[in-house]
Design a protein around this ligand. Structure first.
Ligand code: FMN
Length: 382
């Protein structure tokens, strides 16, 4: 692992090389690919590259700050960690590492509905974590899950809404990477031929807590991640609609956010439903290939947001990306894969280093733009 050698990592993308080497191929592909031809995943980066910054000079920026208020809390940086299912397969107890580091660094972290560590255990470490739910149109099961989230003490519920059916992922098709995975010769060879991962993540997990299960999918523990016989999880949520969201809004007294919005029309509906925020996201290019980058709708969404917060993810890799999204009107951003690869390569220290790198890039960017904070950036983009 990289933990003692983090000075080699100078930007978030440097983690990719180490994660690719450490992780079994099926796992690396599960985490890194998008869907179909990866066009949306790759365009998420191009969208940032097409926006140019316009610095001002001779501004006194010696007292600058990258702190950002979101809802009722002031965070130390304007970004958080996106929800990622099965991340504990990539790094040992990754959800717990994310919870610990995000608490230490004072940034938000969203637990995935497909996480392999129970939400209650994660909240014990960091009471500020948010929870992302995958729900279908069955109100009994939505209610039971939201009751569990509420009882655990979590106050912010994120419902992912860009998943009526699963995305068409090559890694799943070619490698048999599905929940539950059915062990076969290829997967087993892949696993044992990556000994750093096999011993330090997989075997260590099995020895400390047994076979990982999908823990937070409903009110009770779900299926094991590897099994010959457990039923396949179907991921069909095509009946969920705005009426279900309205129903949940009436029932859930905490903050309610939806994730996976790409249309200004949907932002308008979300304000009417009384949501607290939307996450503009194309799921990191993992659902509909050729879906637009959320960057294309930030500005118009911010105009229609009413009292909601406009959150953003998909493609954030550099401090300049964060500043561009905020300048266009996002209130806060999140990133997924960079933190996943950081935890795979370096555990707690890797994630901590990743946060420091992104924060320092944001600080450098606003200084070079002649800005002292993150609240008046609009004049710095063309
Ligand atoms: C391995 C992996 C697992 C993910 N699992 C979930 C999930 O369980 N729930 C969810 O809403 N989004 C999930 N996402 C999407 C992320 O929350 C986020 O939208 C995306 O990673 C952002 O793009 P980025 O990776 O380019 O930063 C996952 C992404 C990855 C890479």
């Amino acid at each position: 692992m990289l933990a003692n050698n983090l000075n080699k990592i100078k930007c978030l993308e440097d983690f990719d090389v180490y994660a690719k080497e450490i992780l079994p191929r099926a796992l690396w592909e599960f985490a890194s690919v998008g869907v179909e031809n990866n066009l949306s995943r790759d365009n998420n980066r191009k969208a940032f590259d097409n926006i140019w910054l316009s610095p001002r000079i001779l501004e006194n920026v010696s007292n600058r700050s990258i702190k950002k208020k979101l809802f009722n809390k002031i965070y130390s940086a304007p970004f958080g960690i996106s929800p990622m299912g099965a991340c504990a397969l990539c790094g040992y107890e990754a959800d717990l590492q994310f919870a610990k580091v995000s608490k230490a660094k004072n940034i938000p972290y969203i637990i995935s509905g497909s996480a392999l560590v129970p939400m209650e255990k994660i909240v014990n470490i960091n009471s500020d974590v948010w929870f992302q739910a995958y729900v279908d149109a069955n109100r009994g099961s939505i209610g039971a899950l939201s009751d569990r989230v509420f009882s655990s003490g979590i106050q912010t519920l994120v419902v992912t809404v860009d998943v009526p059916v699963p995305g068409n992922r090559r890694a799943t098709l070619r490698n048999g990477f599905e929940y539950p995975m059915r062990p076969n010769g290829r997967l087993i060879f892949d696993a044992i031929s990556h000994p750093k991962w096999f011993f330090k993540t997989f075997l260590r997990t099995i020895l400390s807590s047994g076979m990982p299960h999908v823990e937070n999918y409903g009110p009770n523990r779900g299926i094991p991640i590897v099994s010959f016989s457990a039923p396949e999880r179907l991921h069909i949520r095509d009946g969920l609609d705005w009426d279900d969201l309205k129903w949940l809004r009436d029932r859930w007294s905490g903050r309610l956010i939806i994730k996976g919005v790409l249309s200004v029309e949907d932002v308008k509906v979300a304000t009417k439903v009384g949501l607290d925020g939307v996450i503009l996201s194309n799921h990191g290019g993992r659902q509909l290939d050729t879906a637009i980058s959320p960057l294309d709708v930030v500005e118009a969404s911010a105009r229609e947001k009413g009292k909601m917060m406009i959150l953003f993810d998909s493609g954030i890799r550099r401090g300049t990306d964060v500043v561009k999204a905020l300048a266009l009107g996002a209130d806060f951003v999140f990133a997924g894969r960079p933190f996943l690869f950081a935890v795979a390569a370096g555990g707690y220290s890797g994630v901590s280093h990743a946060i420091d790198l992104l924060a320092s890039e944001i600080d450098r960017t606003i200084a070079l733009l002649g800005c002292s904070d993150l609240y008046n950036l609009r004049t710095r983009i063309v």
